[in-house]
Design a protein around this ligand. Structure first.
Ligand code: ZN
Length: 239
């Protein structure tokens, strides 16, 4: 069966900023879809305009979700954010990209501020592979570089990750936990730092490889249809 990917990209900057539209004429979601779609992977896309269409049915039929948001996190309805959180607890995988660190679903799943420090001056980022044995880092060298990014710095207000896969080092001097994994309930979560909208980062082959690997890694292994807390009988006394 195909891996079913659902992308949420806010899609506001592509409409309001000429320089962003020039880089992503089909939206950030369009570039991500192009990077992921194959005979084995199907991709559906939603933006802020269609965010209410991300129903339980859509999520039940999603193996892995990608989430990119920035300027309009607050306009994502709380019900949708709670639905995404519950889908992860049930077993759906999710990849949060770049400024998705402040999205409602990420904060719900982390339970912390998810704050960080940031600066936009076109620093270079060198992403060091901390764990070359992890499925998400396969096919990469010791590190890869992105010529221009938005700088994110520590402290990053997340709970201790299960694993830090990338340490980002910036030419401005900061370091950042640029790739982190978490488990919540039955679901797998990957946070990945690159992806600022004014740079063509989602066309970079290493970034695309990481996202493709992350989709494979985050696919559900065990999934339940509902979140229950059932009363049960003693072993041997079941009817
Ligand atoms: Zn950004």
């Amino acid at each position: 069966m195909k891996t079913r990917v659902t992308i949420y990209n806010e899609g506001v900057h592509e409409q309001t900023k000429e320089n962003v539209r020039a880089i992503y004429p089909n939206g950030i979601h369009g570039a991500l879809k192009e990077a992921l779609e194959t005979d084995e992977v199907s991709v559906s896309c939603y933006t802020l305009d269609t965010v209410n269409e991300i129903t339980d049915e859509v999520l039940d039929n999603t193996d892995v979700m990608l989430w990119w948001g920035h300027a309009r996190h607050a306009m994502v309805p709380d019900e949708v954010a709670a639905r995404v959180r519950d889908a992860v607890l049930k077993g759906m995988g999710i990849v949060f990209l770049h400024s998705g660190h402040h999205s409602k679903p990420f904060r719900l799943l982390m339970g912390t501020s998810c704050n960080l420090t940031w600066r936009e001056n076109g620093d270079m980022e060198r992403l060091w592979v901390v764990n070359p044995a992890h499925p998400i880092t396969q096919g990469l060298g010791r590190y890869f570089e992105l010529p221009h990014v938005e700088t994110y710095g520590e402290p990053f207000g997340i709970p201790e990750p299960d694993e830090v896969l990338f340490i980002g080092w910036y030419s401005g001097g900061e370091v950042f936990r640029s790739g982190c994994t978490f488990h919540r309930g039955n679901g797998r979560i990957f946070y990945f730092q690159p992806g600022h909208e004014t740079f063509p980062i989602f066309y970079d082959e290493n970034v695309r490889l990481v996202i493709r690997n992350a989709v494979k890694w985050a696919k559900p292994i065990y999934r339940v249809p509902e979140l229950l807390c059932p009363h049960v009988k003693k072993p041997g006394e079941e009817e």
